[in-house]
Design a protein around this ligand. Structure first.
Ligand code: FES
Length: 114
C-alpha cells in the first residue's frame, strides 16, 4: 500500500494519505464504498471527488449506493439525506455529521487523508 505520513490536524494526530481507488473507478454522479484501515469510506464523484464515512447514523447502512442530487446523497434504506461535501445530515436530526476526508487525485489513483 502506498502511503506518506505527516503530522497535521489535531495535535499529535498522525494524518496519512492512502490510495483508496484507481482513477476512473467511481463513475461521475455516483458513489462507491471502499474499505481502508478498518473503515468503510464512500467516495463520491460529483463536482470533484468527496470522501465521507460510509455509515448512515440511522441504522448503519452504506450510503455509497444512494441516489445523488447535487451535493446531497439519499441513504438507500430509509432515505435520510447527507451533504457529501460537509458530511452533514440535512434532515431529521440537528448537528449530526459524518466524518469527511480530504481527497487528492494523483497520477496513479485517488488518495484520501485519513
Ligand atoms: S439506515 Fe440510513 S436512513 Fe435508515
Amino acid at each position: 500500500m502506498v502511503e506518506d505520513r505527516k503530522k497535521g490536524g489535531e495535535e499529535g494526530k498522525v494524518m496519512s494519505w492512502k490510495k483508496i481507488a484507481e482513477r476512473g473507478e467511481v463513475s461521475v454522479g455516483r458513489g462507491k464504498a471502499f474499505e481502508i484501515d478498518g473503515k468503510q469510506i464512500a467516495i463520491f464523484n460529483q463536482d470533484g471527488y468527496h470522501a465521507i464515512d460510509d455509515l448512515c447514523v440511522h441504522q448503519d447502512s452504506s450510503i455509497a449506493p444512494g441516489k445523488l442530487e447535487g451535493d446531497i446523497v439519499e441513504c438507500p434504506l430509509h432515505f435520510w439525506h447527507y451533504n457529501i461535501k460537509t458530511g452533514e445530515l440535512v434532515d431529521y436530526l440537528k448537528d449530526v455529521k459524518l466524518e469527511t476526508y480530504q481527497v487528492e487525485v494523483r497520477d496513479d489513483g485517488i488518495y484520501v487523508d485519513i
